[in-house]
Design a protein around this ligand. Sequence first.
Ligand SMILES: *Cc1c(COP(=O)(O)O)cnc(C)c1O
Length: 381
Amino acid sequence: MPNRSLPLSAYTATMAPTKFNFSAGPALLPKEVLLEAQKGLVDYEGTGMSVMEMSHRSANYDKVHRHCIDMIRKVLDIPTNYHVLLLAGGATYQFSAIPFNLLGDGNAVYVNTGTWSKKASTEAKRLFGERIKVVSTPTFTLPKVEDIEIPENCKYVYVCDNETVHGVEWPSAPVFGDVPLVADMSSNLFSRRLDISKYGMIYGCAQKNFGPAGLTVAIIREDLVGAAHPMCPVLMTYKTHVAKTWPAERNQDSLYNTPPTLCIWITMLVMEWIDRCGGIDGIEKMNRDKAAMLYNYIDSSPFWTTFVEGEIRSQMNVVFKCTKDDVDRAEILDFFQERGMSSLKGHKSLVGSLRASIYNAMPKEGVECLIQAMKDFEAAH
Ligand SMILES: *Cc1c(COP(=O)(O)O)cnc(C)c1O
């Protein structure tokens, strides 16, 4: 805690303002969206009310809710036999919800490829023990689909599509025959086009790539909803969140209780922003260009190196480090901060690492600015 006897300017004056925020999450949102949100925060479209102040049963909020789901469906081209659930709580809540809802009387395979899949499998195992089969791979690699053994009566295979800490991303959906694939896309949902039909369930918390913390979007095939464990808490049961009018009103899911209305509205604004950026294909192209720029530079410099090689490199979280042992990471981070770039420290589990999270809202200029700073730092050493 700062010493409160000093004026606030005493702290802020020493820190360069952030121009580019590379945080892994909660992460940056498009400036355009923040400005729109600022307006509606006080007076939503002339109603004289903030979105925060509206009943979730009111006509005005109803428009927001339906439009948010419609836009999510449009952006990802979601088939009509999938629900889009807007759930409160973080991605971690789903670590418990998934086995409770999907395991039934069977088994599940969890593919451990980093911090987040490990956390998910640990919780599933805590709840359901031996029925959860865990396949682990060496750090910074992904297994081959054909090397994963699927047991009898397997209800789903669980993967983390983008390991936010380790910077490993599945380049395409790992399909295991008819066994439903469940994917944690907390740090890459809405970053690229998906063939939704290859998945049983996709979910992602909002605060990495598309909204404020407090909302998780789950996209679930309709036949997978409805066979939850009898002890599954009511709000954790996916069926609870399905509209009574489904499938006629597919955009009326998630109104059983008060949903996180403010997060849903801001997510709706982000979906409209994606639409204006050329839709999911436009966003994907920007993301691929940004990631290629950064990886190409790192590959070309003997001063920097990545942890991950080849096509499994994350397009969202670039994990790297300095190859010189005598260079202090704090010095690098200060150097970046002086140039207005914040939150580039890697996860504590990867010693000495740096991480640039370059989500949808990171402009190309941010990546260019980072590359220039890396070049300048290298030149100064
Ligand atoms: C951040 C993250 C989580 C955890 O999200 P919470 O909302 O904090 O529970 C889970 N999975 C992945 C891949 C993440 O990046």
